[in-house]
Design a protein around this ligand. Structure first.
Ligand code: NPW
Ligand code: ADP
Length: 496
């Protein structure tokens, strides 16, 4: 797992590195600039293009000056450096790099006000105005300048973080910062890059190492962790010699309704392909033919208004919700299951029922797992203005209710009952199609049936689900849930 630090913690890592490694602050800035340029040159390789670099007077601007120098050495000759002179203060390393640049062939233009900037003719813009030192929303000259840059519609590369974008914390409703094509950020992604609101600030981001002390960073107490493939490889267990179906648990998927039987099929299919020893689908009798035809390996438990799950303890995982429908009978069924104290995976209509029956929330068996998307989450826990606030609620509720909350999105947030948030990096917009969440529920149920801890089942489930979608999307515009479900087995196999 990569520990994700706040800007204040990153500053400490910066100081620690300078103090404990034989590297001076200005050399660290040089390394950062080199890392930026290395990445930039992989994206832009036509040295005939002209570049405008906007530099503030802090360390972000200092990076910009060093980048100008390095780009000159890499064959770019048409570089204009705009010195954004809206503040009296300047950082020491900025001053040193300005001195170094004095002797170079770069054209330097001082902007004392935003109006000093006429039209921007350069092909590419590098934004090094304000970085992680941002401490208030942009206003005045900064806001006007940034608006001018955005209006130019040029390709903008941001250094570390787009000017005006807060690296962490609640984002303002209206974003008035730089709209970058790409942000090349240092050592760790900013936590807010994982929030959907960041799409306004940067279309992509790439993280480059700049030589900060990794051991120090990893040791910091943090709330956010980025899941890496190595973590998955460590958690996954191979299937054992002499094992049999009983070794891998029995999963019960309570799902489907007359119009939404597909949800039950998708969930059960994903459960099969993720390796549960036995899978039973609890579906209305109208779905039995479809189930037997499509998924002959799956057993059925016909569901009617009197259904109670006898001996729930015989299942190692019980998932309820995909395509279930909201009705009094289903509400009774969910309530009954909750009172059996067996950990549950609750998705879709299971969550919608909970939203109507808030009294059940506090009764959820420990180690249960909720898998809401944004709307289901807000129905459960109230409307949220921003993803940062939504995530804070998810963290708090997971701790309070002693459960795991899987808050789904492009980057899914897995919130543990210990107050940690694990961010899943896999998945892509080709997966944005109905039924994808049903598959995830089946995948997580199968991992739980195989006796992985709840948090591990959630982390594994999100990762392999997204990774399967990523593999399929390599040569497809869209991938369907029916394709992802059977693809899970190959993904797990490749990871082992
Ligand atoms: N370890 C690392 O990660 C490394 C980081 N490095 C680089 O350093 C960058 C951080 O640099 P930094 O700390 O000097 O802050 P930076 O963003 O340049 O801001 C400067 C000043 O702007 C001001 N200000 C803030 N908000 C404002 C607003 N809305 N409107 C107007 N003014 C505003 C505020 O001044 P104040 O308001 O406090 O007077 C602030 O102090 C980082 O992004 C990366 O590029 C690398 O070089 C090496 C390793
Ligand atoms: N743009 C995307 N990038 C990554 N994953 C996505 C994207 N869109 C959807 N997904 C994944 O697909 C699933 C969708 O879940 P959900 O909205 O509950 O679907 P449904 O209810 O239709 O089954 C989630 O796991 C989500 O992370």
């Amino acid at each position: 797992m990569q520990t994700l630090l706040t800007s204040a913690q990153m500053r400490k890592a910066d100081e620690f590195t300078i103090e404990h490694l034989p590297i001076a602050s200005i050399d660290l800035m040089e390394k950062a600039a080199r890392a930026f340029v290395h990445c930039f040159l992989r994206n832009e390789f036509d040295t005939n293009k002209s570049i405008a670099i906007f530099c503030g007077k802090g360390n972000n601007g200092g990076d910009g000056l060093a980048i100008a120098h390095l780009l000159l050495h890499n064959g770019y000759s048409n570089i204009k450096v705009y010195l954004v002179n809206f503040s009296d203060k300047q950082s020491l390393d900025y001053a040193i790099n300005l001195q170094r640049l004095e002797e170079s062939r770069c054209k330097k233009i001082v902007l004392n006000t935003a109006a000093d900037l006429k039209s921007i003719k350069s092909d590419i813009i590098i934004d090094a105005i304000l970085g992680s030192g941002l401490n208030k929303p942009l206003e005045g000259e900064y806001a006007v300048l940034v608006d001018h840059i955005n209006q130019s519609k040029k390709r903008v590369y941001a250094v570390d973080v787009p000017t005006g974008f807060f690296a962490e914390g609640k984002l303002p409703k209206e974003y008035n910062g730089i709209k970058a094509l790409k942000t090349i950020c240092f050592q760790r992604p900013k936590i807010n890059f994982f929030m959907p609101e960041s799409a306004l600030a940067t279309a992509q981001f790439e993280v480059v190492a700049i030589g900060l002390d990794e051991a120090f960073i990893q040791k910091q107490t943090a709330d956010f962790y980025l899941i890496e493939e190595d973590d998955i490889k460590q958690i996954l267990q191979p299937r054992k010699l002499f094992s049999h179906k009983g070794t891998y648990g029995h999963a019960l998927i309570i799902a489907g309704n007359t119009d939404t039987m597909g949800a039950a099929l998708l969930s059960a299919m994903a459960c099969l392909h993720t390796g549960a020893g036995l899978t039973t689908a609890c579906i209305p009798p109208s779905g039995l033919v479809a189930l037997n035809t499509r998924l002959p390996e799956v057993m059925s438990l016909p569901r009617d208004e009197y259904t109670k799950i006898e001996n729930p303890e015989k299942y190692q995982a019980i998932a309820i919700g995909p395509g279930l429908g909201v009705s009094n009978e289903n509400e009774r069924l969910l309530e009954h299951l909750i009172t059996t104290n067996q950990p549950l995976i609750i998705d879709a209509d299971g969550l919608n029922i909970l939203a109507e029956r808030q009294d059940l929330l506090s009764k959820l068996p420990a180690h249960s797992l909720l898998t809401p998307h944004m709307k289901e989450f807000d129905r459960l826990f109230g409307a949220h203005e921003s993803w940062w606030e939504r995530l804070q609620t998810a963290k708090e509720q997971a701790v309070k209710l002693k459960i795991v909350i899987v808050l789904k999105n492009q980057y899914t947030f897995v919130c543990s009952s210990e107050g940690k948030v694990y961010i899943n990096p896999t998945g892509n917009p080709a997966m944005a199609q109905g039924g994808m969440g049903d598959v995830l529920t089946g995948v997580i149920a199968a991992f739980l049936a195989q006796k992985y801890a709840t948090i591990d089942a959630a982390i594994l489930g999100c990762y392999v689900h997204g990774k399967t979608g990523d593999q399929l999307a390599k040569d497809k515009y869209v991938v369907t849930a029916s394709e992802v479900a059977p693809g899970i087995a190959s993904t797990i196999h490749e990871l082992m």
